[in-house]
Design a protein around this ligand. Structure first.
Ligand SMILES: C[S@@+](CC[C@H](N)C(=O)[O-])C[C@H]1O[C@@H](n2cnc3c(N)ncnc32)[C@H](O)[C@@H]1O
Length: 271
């Protein structure tokens, strides 16, 4: 049964959002992480959450599933992806869960929804802002969108491997995910990336997603949060699994990191 469903993928019928979720996202783990970390950091339970650049809103959906008092808001510019979220992701929630989640179409630099305790900008989506004024506009608006004591968490990647043109392939059940760093400019730090999917029957979905980004650094992002009035701006750094040398999903506050060739981090700040 599993083998049959795993081999159903082919370029003609593949759903790129579904493949992206399988290959890239871990919404249940991320929702659990934010709930645990927020409680430890602020002493309060996390009940009001906003997912910026939400795409298919899997994280917001996972958050409302965790607790009957949890409310979530997802914000994205793209009508197509929000329609997908409504018909394919929110539709899997129970009616009470569905009533505790809201999706909003808008620019994260200008939206004005009710304030929340935590805003997360995940999977490097904020790299879309190429210039400092655009990044500042986003961070300032996030600050406005937080309750007093609220937290902004933005993830980023880096290391030597992020500054080369290369492809990385990862096999999943029934398909291969290809991360393609097609162009990197060391002067401007602009980086052009694609996601391709390849299937067992030899077909491919080339450029299923394209990202025209700027590869920002941790010091640049920390400075942006500080400029916008965030306090206690700091870094959560992922630990390393001894056996594989890969990230182990354990995030700790750190003032210094290791010179890993590929690292992930969160920069967080408190209102
Ligand atoms: C890489 S996807 C992220 C999907 C999902 N959040 C995740 O964690 O994988 C980036 C999303 O950001 C959205 N986006 C880009 N610029 C935006 C903006 N200025 N305001 C709101 N959403 C934006 C795009 O429409 C797209 O759905």
């Amino acid at each position: 049964m599993a083998a049959r469903s795993a081999s159903r993928y082919t370029a003609r019928t593949a759903d790129r959002h579904e493949l992206y979720t399988i290959a890239v996202q871990a919404p249940e783990e991320d929702a659990a992480f934010f709930a645990r970390w927020f409680q430890r950091y602020t002493g309060q339970p996390l009940r009001r959450f906003r997912e910026d650049f939400c795409g298919t809103a899997h994280l917001a959906a996972a958050f409302v599933r965790r607790h009957a008092a949890n409310r979530a808001l997802g914000v994205d510019l793209d009508r197509e992806v929000l329609d997908y979220a409504r018909t394919r992701v929110l539709s899997a929630l129970t009616p009470p869960q569905r009533r505790r989640i809201r999706l909003m179409r808008g620019d994260v630099r200008t939206v004005r929804p009710p304030a929340v305790q935590l805003i997360a900008a995940m999977n490097f989506s904020w790299f879309v802002f190429q210039r400092e004024p655009d990044l500042d506009a986003y961070v300032r608006n996030a600050w406005r969108g937080l309750e007093p004591g609220g937290v902004l968490a933005m993830d980023l990647f880096g290391g030597a491997q992020s500054q080369v043109e290369m492809q990385e392939r990862r096999r999943n059940r029934g398909f291969t995910y290809v991360w393609d760093q097609a162009r990197f400019d060391p002067i401007t730090h602009s980086i052009l990336c694609h996601i391709h999917f390849e299937f067992r029957d030899g077909t491919r979905l080339r450029k299923a997603f394209t990202y025209d980004w700027r590869l920002w650094t941790i010091p640049e992002l920390r400075a942006a949060l500080q400029r916008s009035g965030f306090r206690d701006v700091h870094v959560l750094w992922e630990g390393t699994e001894a056996r594989t040398g890969r990230g182990n999903g354990v995030w700790r506050r750190k003032d210094h990191g290791e010179a890993d060739s590929a690292w992930l981090a969160y920069v967080v700040g408190r209102k």
